[in-house]
Design a protein. Structure first.
Lengths: 320, 457
């Protein structure tokens, strides 16, 4: 990274603006080395495979497009913003800056990639896993209904992700809130949009999106509701080959009180020790932990794991 | 984990400030067990956060929540719908809960528990001080009006042991004690009516001698606000208020049934069984009078005890006492010489209490005097005092017995006769509470004379 001595008295505002722009470019250049090194020599290229990066970019672009569409609808036009409108590109950048957004979108891409890999390797259906089949056939009406709703949502999201889409309704509420803030700032900011009228439409557009949103109807919400309802049967959802990637991630997130995106990340190559700790914290015995690792084609957990009880594993995770 | 017998889904409402307005069971019960009120701010942390978030984002949320109430871990699925009023302003949330599950709390790690308690004590301390290695004060901080006096004296006594400024419950040792003995000690502070607990946190290397201490005083009682709380009599009356009423009924039933058996009302019975029944009835009566005595004791020993003096006629009270105990006296062929119908002795005292004292005195006389003797109840008027004397022809009391006879639980070596050792103690306390006294004069072998004096009317 290039360093320059700080000048306590900038000559004029034009110069200080230039300095700011230069500093931003420095930061971008500084990132080149580590990123390139990672892409070239990393043990686990899956985290940043071209497919994953393309999916992340596509998801952000799709989210941005939906936000812009909501704005034009609020303005009375049922048409997308023209792609050359600078607001679209600026919104994609602003969305990437929303805290947690990249992690979430990245996790969805990784989840899709992992589900496809497991389907190819052990024939695990990304939508209809053995557990989902069993729950749909449950004689408890509530469970069966929850399972049916989840099945429909999972099928829908699986298809949407496959076609490089991500509906706003699938964002967690914290991220949707951040996205709506990003929309307001982008359209309200200088040089925002080709149509200055649109700036005034950000608020009604956000209001309409809020009114439509229901976390309960999202795939993650339905999965969480389904696994919460399992109660003691949650342990059944902690077997990856039985539960499928989607329910497994939701169940483990609930059982070890970790973020779902973090669980998906831990299921990737090179992160399996973290996954083993999460499973241990969820109360699984070493044998069951190793069955899950085997399904991911990972080596068994180190012996030390067997000597940790669930509470210690949870503390280790919390401190990590 | 077990599914509670909760309805499939249960509802609740909050207002715009996030207060729980209404909740179905078992959510309502959990709110109360978590220390909340209904209506009141949500006391379940996960739920409070979820509701706050739904309000801030104006978004419909659906999440699992986890909670503990000290005994159980609860998990549930919560759906929160923010609602707007007609003007479009946030009006509160509608909550739907499902999948309510409870499980016993796992045992807590002892070490973690200790350190958490230490954190809590530090956070709640209303008086904190830094002490040197000899537990002498270096600096003191306190908040709260009732601590101002203690703070001022402690700040004036920097360099002296902190124990000089507090009164430690049950402590008889020279100060300061080893810190481990003082850690957790109950104490009182001058100027504060509250009870305090001391926590000492040593500084320095673990395992070595402490280089100094952090002293934290916490109280389970809230600081006084505005008017001082009026102490209530009922707060202390365990026996009289709580125990006596529930004990009386079963004991009365034991006595009544034993009497039924003794009187052979339920059919013929061998003599020895009738005797047993009589013993049971007597033991029951003893138990009943003991309950009454203990309830009385509790009342008269409370600081707020006062009698309600009235203009009464001691002669009338004496005749009533004699009448009440006449049957018992006749059983032992003892005669009671009560004042005649024309006698009058006006006094200022509480009728009920004077009668209670006389029943105790005459009852004792009947119990301890030999059969076939006579008990005299005499009236006199000396100075400003109206006196009533109960004289028996029993063995009397030796001087040292007379000195002890009014002591609490004093039985003068007797046992198994139905006495509690409380009667005379209570009687004297009552007499003194009415501005009078109860004394005994006796010579061994010549009977005992108990004299109750109360202000003349």
């Amino acid at each position: 990274m290039m360093t320059r001595p700080a000048d306590p008295k900038p000559a004029d505002s034009a110069e200080s603006e230039l300095r700011l722009a230069l500093a931003r470019d420095d930061a971008a250049v500084a990132g080149v080395g580590p990123v390139l090194r990672h892409l070239l020599v990393a043990d686990e290229p899956a985290l940043f495979s071209e497919e994953v990066v393309a999916r992340v970019r596509a998801a952000l672009t799709d989210l941005s497009g939906q936000l812009c569409h909501a704005v034009t609808v609020a303005h009375g036009l049922d048409a997308p913003l023209p792609p050359e409108d600078p607001a679209v590109a600026r919104l994609v950048r602003a969305l990437a800056e929303v805290p947690g957004m990249l992690a979430h979108v990245h996790a969805l891409a990784l989840e899709a990639q992992l589900a496809a890999a497991l389907q190819a390797r052990i024939g695990l259906d990304p939508v209809l896993s053995p557990l989902v089949q069993a729950l749909v056939a449950s004689d408890q009406q509530r469970t069966a209904a929850d399972a049916m709703h989840f099945l429909a949502a999972q099928a829908r999201l699986h298809r949407q992700i496959g076609t490089m889409h991500l509906p706003l309704g699938e964002l967690p509420p914290e991220l949707l809130h951040g996205a709506l803030e990003a929309l307001r700032e982008t359209l309200g900011g200088a040089g925002g949009t080709l149509h200055p009228d649109f700036a005034a439409c950000a608020e009604p557009a956000a209001e309409a999106i809020r009114a439509r949103y229901d976390e309960r109807a999202s795939r993650a919400g339905l999965a969480a509701r389904l696994v919460t309802g399992l109660g003691g049967g949650l342990i059944a959802a902690l077997q990856l080959p039985h539960a499928g990637v989607a329910l497994f991630a939701s169940a483990l997130s609930l059982a070890c009180q970790q973020d779902r995106a973090g669980v998906v990340l831990a299921m990737q190559g090179g992160q399996h020790l973290r996954l083993a700790l999460m499973l241990r914290a969820a109360g699984l015995r070493t044998a069951a932990v190793n069955e899950n690792l085997a399904a991911l084609d990972a080596p068994p957990a180190p012996d030390a794991l067997g000597r940790l009880d669930a509470a210690r594993a949870a503390r280790l995770l919390a401190g990590a | 984990m077990s599914a509670a017998s909760a309805p499939a889904e249960l509802g609740a409402r909050t207002d715009a400030a996030g207060r729980l307005l209404a909740a179905a069971e078992p959510l309502a019960a959990l709110q109360l067990r978590c220390g909340g009120t209904l209506p009141g701010p949500i006391a379940i942390p996960d739920l409070a956060e979820l509701v706050a978030r739904a309000g801030a984002y104006r978004l419909r949320l659906a999440r699992p929540i986890a909670a503990e109430d000290g005994h159980e871990a609860v998990r549930a699925w919560v759906e929160v719908v923010p609602e707007m009023d007609s003007a479009g302003a946030f009006a509160g949330c509608r909550l739907t809960l499902a999948h309510w599950q409870t499980a016993p709390l796992p045992a807590e790690d002892a070490e973690a528990l200790v350190s958490r308690h230490a954190e809590i004590d530090r956070a709640l301390a209303e008086l904190t001080a830094r002490l040197d290695a000899r537990q002498c004060l270096l600096a003191v901080e306190a908040e709260g009006e009732d601590l101002a006096a203690a703070l001022a004296t402690m700040r004036g006594g920097i360099g002296r042991p902190w124990t000089d400024f507090v009164a430690i419950a049950g402590d008889i040792h020279r100060q300061p004690l080893h810190w481990r003995l003082l850690d957790g000690a109950e104490l009182t502070l001058p100027g504060s009516a509250r009870h305090w607990r001391a926590r000492l946190f040593p500084h320095g290397l673990p395992g070595g001698e402490p280089a100094g201490f952090e002293l934290c005083l916490t109280s389970d009682e809230a600081p006084p606000e505005g008017l001082p709380e009026v102490p209530t009599l009922s707060g202390e009356r365990l026996v009289g208020r709580d125990l006596a009423p529930v004990l009386r009924q079963p004991i009365a039933r034991i006595i009544a049934n034993a009497e039924t058996i003794r009187a052979r009302m339920a059919g013929p019975l061998a003599d020895e069984y009738a005797q047993y029944a009589r013993d049971i009835a007597q033991a029951g009566e003893h138990l009943l009078s003991l309950v009454d005595d203990l309830a009385d004791l509790e009342v008269i020993e409370s600081e707020q005890f006062a009698t309600a003096p009235d203009a009464i006629d001691l002669a009338d009270v004496a005749r009533r006492a004699a009448g009440i105990l006449a049957v018992r006296a006749r059983d032992r062929r003892i005669s009671i010489a009560a004042p005649d119908q024309a006698a009058r002795l006006p006094a200022t005292a509480e009728f009920r209490r004077v009668l209670q004292i006389l029943l105790n005195l005459v009852g004792n006389a009947i119990r301890y005097a030999p059969e076939g003797t006579r008990i005299a109840i005499e009236l006199s008027h000396v100075g400003g005092e109206a006196r009533i004397t109960v004289a028996d022809e029993g063995p009397g009391l030796r001087l040292e017995q007379a000195a002890r006879v009014f002591d609490k639980f004093e039985r003068l070596g007797r046992s198994g006769d139905g006495g509690s050792g409380l009667g005379l103690y209570i009687s004297r306390r009552l007499a003194r509470a009415m501005g009078g006294d109860l004394v005994v004069e006796s010579t061994a072998g010549q009977g005992a004379r108990f004299t109750l004096g109360v202000p003349a009317g």
